[in-house]
Design a protein around this ligand. Sequence first.
Ligand code: PLP
Length: 388
Amino acid sequence: MSAEKYAKKELLQLKGRAPTRVSIGPVEGLINLGAGDPDFNLPKFMADAVAEAIMEGYTHYEFQGDSEFKKAVAEYYSKYGVKLDAESQVLVTSGGSQSIFHILAAFLNPGEEVIIFNPTYHGYVRPIKYFNGIIVRAPMKKDEEGYFRPDIEALEAHISDKTKILILCNPDNPTGCVFKEDELKAIAELAVKHDFLILSDEIYNEFIWGNRRHYPIILIPGMMERTLVAMSFSKMFAWTGCRLGFIISGSELIEILSRVPMGICSAPVPFQKAGVVALKEGWEFNRMMREKYWERIKYCVERLNEIPGISCVTPEATFYLFPDISGTGMSSEEFSKRLLEEEKVRIVQGTVYGSNGEGHVRLALVKPLETLREAMDRIEKFVRKNIK
Ligand SMILES: Cc1ncc(COP(=O)(O)O)c(C=O)c1O
């Protein structure tokens, strides 16, 4: 008997795990640059803060989220000039994935359209399908230097009277694009003109390079009432397994979000207490990670550009590289599959992020430099052997 007959019908189309989460079992000598799980462990003082919170008795229901944590979040976003009332404009979640799910649960009706860029983070696709939304892909375009940028005209052409939400991944995974202020202003104008909401996923905001700056779209006048910022501690403090995040927005949208019957606020209180400590004292740790990522990016970009058939821009943000491998004559699927089989380096094929990811692959630089050196050697060997 198949249990599928009991499944909610939306789940029938969602078989298997998300593409970057597929386990390939133990492969000896594998270098895994697939999932974006930072290789840094939580500093002891953050782990201690969890234990201390438990010992101090923060082990009870906290239906609305811990007030001290919400206050720390509001203070944190004030560094961008975003003014928030901690109690009415912050909603605690158990990480970025839940932030996204919660927003769609609150605002997306079946048949309504959600625009996502092509390419962009693949993790929006399944929740949209789960809520029976229609995915509309707005193409990004490459500039002369090879950077993917939002194409505002094309975006407008993809808006319809069914458009309910536009998802911005800013900074973007996998392209590393940081949306510029003028691009965000143009997008904000479209949101007002066509009356849709913005889900702004900003979870890489602490990993922006060079002189680019993070500019949250919610700051633009009129956007507080139509923007939901989805955030997570997963990358910021490398605690992907601890599960903590938050949503910030205007108080009316937060009130609607809070009606989603989750039962209780879904992040464990001891982690919220540790989150307060992290937001106060975690910046030295974050700076250390930034330095390491930047060192890795510089090294790998240089190495990749020396390989025939590959060109790689330095990302504006994130710890991902999204090199153009089309010059090797292989598709992104062939490249990533054969690299795994022949050289035991796991990366992600660009088409996972949308059809415009064809010709690209994503490398998550979540390994120490020595390992990345070995990975680059293997990629070079693989391409020199197989270039068409
Ligand atoms: C852009 C983006 N949003 C959301 C998530 C999910 O984050 P979390 O681990 O906090 O669920 C990820 C994870 O890689 C991501 O890259």
